[in-house]
Design a protein around this ligand. Sequence first.
Ligand code: CMC
Length: 377
Amino acid sequence: MTEPDIKKGLAGVVVDTTAISKVNPETNSLLYRGYPVQELAATQPFEAVAYLLWNGELPDAAQLADLRATERAHRALAAEVKAVIDLIPLSAHPMDEVRTAVSAIGASDPGAGGSVLNAGGSPAENLERSIRLFAALPAIVAYGQRRRRGEDIIAPRDDLDYSANFLWMTFGEEPDPVVVDAFNRSMILYAEHSFNASTFTARVITSTLSDLYSAVVGAIGALKGPLHGGANEAVLHIFDEIGSADNVVPWLDAALAEKRKIMGFGHRVYKKGDSRVPTMKAALDTLVEHYGREDVAELYDALESEFVARKGIYPNLDYPSGPAYNLIGFDTLTFTPLFVAARVTGWTAHVIEQAGANALIRPLSHYDGVDERHVER
Ligand code: CMC
């Protein structure tokens, strides 16, 4: 019998089509519904990009106003969801908190209950649920950080757009436009990236005709890992270990001798550099200038140039976004939940796409365990 050609980690395997985004590592480009992500980040509010991912086109003024009205109407943390969050120990990782909160939202959606036979939901119901999750996640993430700091919850502000309101609910201060702009760009860059591990997880769950909330809960679980979304948190842990630019060389000598992976570097698809990094690095630069923190830029540049020179492995999006979120004032543990708030748009667009042209995702495995044997009688 010939050995099957196993693609460990599904590397290089094309499993389906998608019209949502296109990653081209050869040209170092990423398109959302045809638009270069850099152009979207430079010109659009995150709400418009969410609309684009779900509907295939950028919204006109009336469509954007409509989405914003719905988003504002669902921003406040529902009492039952807050009650569930309050039961979670403060020692839990915030990703566990976000995962549980999304699960609680799903369990309180009357339309999602009842028989598993109607769990999948119609495209219109799933779009409505997507918008509600998109609207609710900032309150969940912001409250998570505040309660860990022993601070009270802050109600959303109807006069602020998505990104400004997110920062308001987290810090309780009117955010500076420079900071809002950098944060908005990061949300857009994080929103979508084809069949990455968490999105694929969402599609696998959807393929069984399970519901959108279950798909998002599963995706959050996949995103938590440091090889995926957890890397932005991990970048700050290594920045803390290194301390300052002049310690990069000895730190890297020791880390590589221990065969450690350097978080925020490398990518399964991009081997010549991540298409999103220049845009996020530019956003980080504006924050460095705004907060007068040249030391952060020096450490960033020193680690990047030393690691690239030694290994030829380039930074991914988590490398600039970690220090950017740190400068804005987010706790390190809040970074991956911010990724959730952004990526929920891509995940839910994929749920809707998968459900619309479904085939159960069920690959094969090659058995290499012991040969058939029998219980001794
Ligand atoms: N530090 C040190 N060595 C690395 C790194 C790294 N960050 N990334 C890759 N390598 C080495 C790896 O050790 C391996 O070497 P060898 O062939 O000698 O065993 C080689 O490069 C190939 O790496 P791999 O892990 O087999 O390749 P992959 O395509 O599975 O890796 C990756 C992709 C993202 C898992 C990996 O680059 C990694 O672990 N990076 C660090 C974690 C990280 O930053 N993740 C965020 C990914 S992008 C944004 C997101 O999805 O959240």
